[in-house]
Design a protein around this ligand. Sequence first.
Ligand SMILES: Nc1ncnc2c1ncn2[C@@H]1O[C@H](COP(=O)(O)OP(=O)(O)OP(=O)(O)O)[C@@H](O)[C@H]1O
Length: 355
Amino acid sequence: MLHDLELISVGKTYPDGTVAVSDFDLKVEKGEFVAFLGPSGCGKSTTLRMIAGFEDITNGEVMMMGHNMTHVPPEKRPTSMIFQNYALFPHMNVRENVAFGLDVKGMPKAERDRKVDRILDMFNLDPVANRKADKLSGGQRQRIALARGLVVEPEILLLDEPLGALDANLRRIIQNELKLLQRELGITFIFVTHAQSEALGLSDRVVVMSNGVVEQISPPQQLYRRPQTPFVADFIGSNTLIEGKPLGAGAPGFGRLDSPVGRIEGVGQGNETLAVIPAEAFRIVPQNTDGEITLSGTLIERKLVGAVGHLNVRLADAREISVEVSADRPEVRALALGASVTLGVDPNSVTLVHA
Ligand SMILES: Nc1ncnc2c1ncn2[C@@H]1O[C@H](COP(=O)(O)OP(=O)(O)OP(=O)(O)O)[C@@H](O)[C@H]1O
């Protein structure tokens, strides 16, 4: 099957020797929304620029619709890129900014105007079409940048932290618009962000990167439920990580671990050395509850925020863990600071990974 975008072992070493990206493999289907997520400096933007053609590739290949694009210049690629600072021309009006990409292609004026009108209408920009780009609000500038990226009808839209300059409220509004737009147009989106909620909320799949390396590529729910590396377990959601000695396989699909706070069973092979337990997987249970992992400790902090109780529990080996439980439960309301608590966890909620 032909993929819209395929990265084959793509790597980038800058002339000063900085290895920004290594061995990046990815296949993206038509119409997919893929987010690159990771901390600052992990190589997200470098990868996006290599896809756009703005950055030379040191190793590997970039394929689009089955064609090798590795050495094709940006303007000959079926991509369009939207930058965080929008990169609008301040001296041009909105219409000229949007028309720019079509002018570069030498499109005849009548066809150009038709396409520009359509896209200005789509983004509600016709009322400001003749205003200079630097005289507009952040949200309007963001829409111009999107309109300019889309008017050239790319197969793949590349977005580099496109919402980074907006305040939280506008960000949420434009996030929704972006998702609707992407569904409607069926264009492939590659979206770079370091905001976890944005990546998880918008995309079909998330590529988590750290230090130039792909840690995991999964749909958002899968990243939460089944992290594959210690980095992802630590970076996504709110997990307790407990190391231990592998004890081999348990029930089919499950492995066991001997940890300083007792035996832990979770989804895995049994040769892993780290158990990952989501904060919300814990419940307060009576001692010696069957069929569950139980961890005993002392309650050292309790905050009830709406329906959620945030507890800090000190376990037998003195480590402190964060636990989220339903604040409405009587056994949670009854807990006093300093009380002994037993936490129960269903092994199904636990993922074992290699440390
Ligand atoms: N032109 C350059 N020359 C040398 N090193 C560079 C250059 N551009 C980026 N780097 C380095 O490459 C690494 C990856 O940078 P990149 O901008 O791709 O990260 P990022 O994940 O997009 O970060 P951010 O979220 O801060 O934009 C970093 O260590 C960065 O310092």
